[in-house]
Design a protein around this ligand. Structure first.
Ligand SMILES: Nc1ncnc2c1ncn2[C@@H]1O[C@H](COP(=O)(O)OP(=O)(O)OP(=O)(O)O)[C@@H](O)[C@H]1O
Ligand SMILES: [Mg+2]
Length: 146
C-alpha cells in the first residue's frame, strides 16, 4: 500500500470546526474521483467522528485539541480523528444504535460511520481519549491507474 498523500490538522473543540473538518477532508479527497455519494458518505463519517470528539470527548469544553489526519494510500483513504478527552467506557454499547449517553441524541453516529465506510476502528481509554480510524477504498478505476 504505497503512500500517496497526507494531511494533518489540529482543531480546537469548537462546534464550527465540524464543518471545517468536513470541508478539509473533502478537499483532500478531491484528487481521487470518488462519486458524489461516496464523497458525501466520507463527509458524514468525518462530521460524526469530529462532533463526537467535541460533544462527548471534550463535553463542550472549547479548548480541547482534536487531531485529524487524512492519508491517501494507493488503495484507500484513511482518516484518523483523535481526541484526548473523556474516553468511552463500553465500546460495544457505544456502537449500538439508540445507546447514546445523551437522551437528546439519536445514538447513530457510529452506525453511520460503520455503514458509510469500509472499516471503522475505535481505540478508547477512559480518561485518556478516543481514536477513530475510518477507511474507505478508492474507486476501482483509480486503483487501476496507480
Ligand atoms: N470521542 C468520544 N469521546 C467520548 N465518548 C464518545 C466519543 N464518541 C462517542 N462516544 C460515546 O459513544 C456514544 C455513541 O456515539 P454515537 O455517535 O453513535 O451517538 P451519539 O453521539 O450519542 O448520538 P448522535 O451521533 O446520533 O448525535 C455516545 O453517546 C458517547 O457516549
Ligand atoms: Mg455522535
Amino acid at each position: 500500500m504505497r503512500l500517496r498523500n497526507r494531511m494533518k490538522l489540529e482543531l480546537l473543540s469548537l462546534p464550527g470546526n465540524v464543518r471545517l473538518a468536513r470541508i478539509a477532508v473533502a478537499a483532500f479527497a478531491s484528487e481521487v474521483d470518488y462519486n458524489v455519494s461516496d464523497l458525501e458518505e466520507i463527509k458524514v463519517a468525518v462530521s460524526e467522528a469530529v462532533s463526537n470528539a467535541i460533544t462527548h470527548g471534550y463535553q463542550q469544553k472549547k479548548d480541547g485539541v482534536i487531531s485529524l489526519t487524512a492519508t491517501l494510500f494507493t488503495d484507500a483513504l484513511e482518516i484518523v480523528v483523535q481526541d484526548h478527552g473523556k474516553g468511552i467506557d463500553d465500546l460495544e454499547q457505544a456502537f449500538e444504535p439508540n445507546s447514546s449517553s445523551d437522551p437528546e441524541r439519536m445514538g447513530l453516529g457510529f452506525v453511520f460511520m460503520r455503514s458509510f465506510m469500509d472499516k471503522v476502528d475505535v481505540v478508547s481509554e477512559p480518561g485518556q481519549g478516543t481514536t477513530v480510524k475510518l477507511r474507505k477504498k478508492l474507486p476501482d478505476k483509480v486503483q487501476a491507474e496507480t
